[in-house]
Design a binder for this molecule. Structure first.
Ligand SMILES: [Zn+2]
Length: 256
């Protein structure tokens, strides 16, 4: 974990090497008060617009981002939003956002769900993906790679992806129905799903690695640092650990 201007965050060694601006932010270093303490970016609950604007400003100052981080209205689906000069004003319903715009950060908000940041260093494009269990089994990660191929002519073999902090299998038990959906999509892959009582423990990170591999990425181009948001609740918002009332941390990536 690193700190800049009082903001704690995680960066990916793989992405760091490429020089792209990016961070998986923690909940530490913002202005919001409980239960959104402190670096919250979610405006759907009771946190004030002023606090969220202040948090945005602190992050932009800390990381040298010129414009507000572009996000989408996340709905646990598999729609990928293309951010280009004709769509910058849209607040689209989507769970991934892709762009080739320079200096424009794209981001996703999470609290247990998986944030994934992707760079195409050849075609020069980036993506931010939000994958909860629904998005994971809908293969939002693969949908995003397909959209980068369709819009930017990206070759999946060139892509570099980083999987950020999310709830780990240590804390993520699911019922039989969710377990069945995992099995339907990922087969009997013990890395993704481990039986536990009447339900199972699901590994959202491993499942998304599997989705990225099926999309054509190389394993050595995927970084996966398994940091659990629930186990590390003082550092990260965790929807489960905080009993559903909590903030959302931001993960972003930007071409310089
Ligand atoms: Zn855990």
């Amino acid at each position: 974990m690193q700190t800049t201007n009082g903001i704690k965050y995680i960066s990916s060694n793989l992405l760091e090497r490429t020089g792209v601006a990016h961070a998986f932010l923690s909940r530490v270093g913002g202005a919001s008060s409980a239960p959104f303490d402190t670096l919250n970016f979610d405006d759907r609950d009771a946190d004030t617009k002023e606090n969220i604007a202040e948090n945005n400003l602190r992050v932009r100052n800390a990381f040298g981002i010129a414009t507000p981080v572009a996000t989408v209205n996340q709905v646990h689906g598999k729609t990928v939003f293309l951010l280009d000069p004709s769509t910058t004003d849209t607040k689209a319903e989507a769970d991934a956002i892709i762009t080739r715009l320079r200096g424009v950060a794209v981001g996703v908000l999470t609290a247990d769900c998986v944030p994934i940041l992707v760079l195409d260093p050849v075609r020069e494009a980036v993506a931010a993906i939000h994958a909860g269990w629904k998005g994971t089994v809908k293969l939002i990660a693969k949908e995003t790679v397909d959209a980068m191929r369709a819009n930017f002519d990206s070759d999946a073999g060139d892509l570099v992806a980083a999987i950020g902090p999310h709830i780990g299998p240590c804390c993520y038990t699911v019922g039989a129905e969710v377990a069945d959906e995992f099995r339907r999509e990922f087969g009997e892959n013990p890395a993704c799903l481990e039986p536990d009582g009447t339900g199972a423990r699901a590994d959202l990170g491993e499942a998304n690695v599997s989705a990225l591999l099926s999309a054509g990425l190389k394993r050595e181009n995927i970084s996966f640092d398994p940091v659990c948001t629930s186990c590390n609740n003082s550092l990260f918002f965790s929807y489960r650990k905080d009993n559903g009332r909590t903030g959302r941390q931001l993960s972003f990536i930007a071409l310089r």
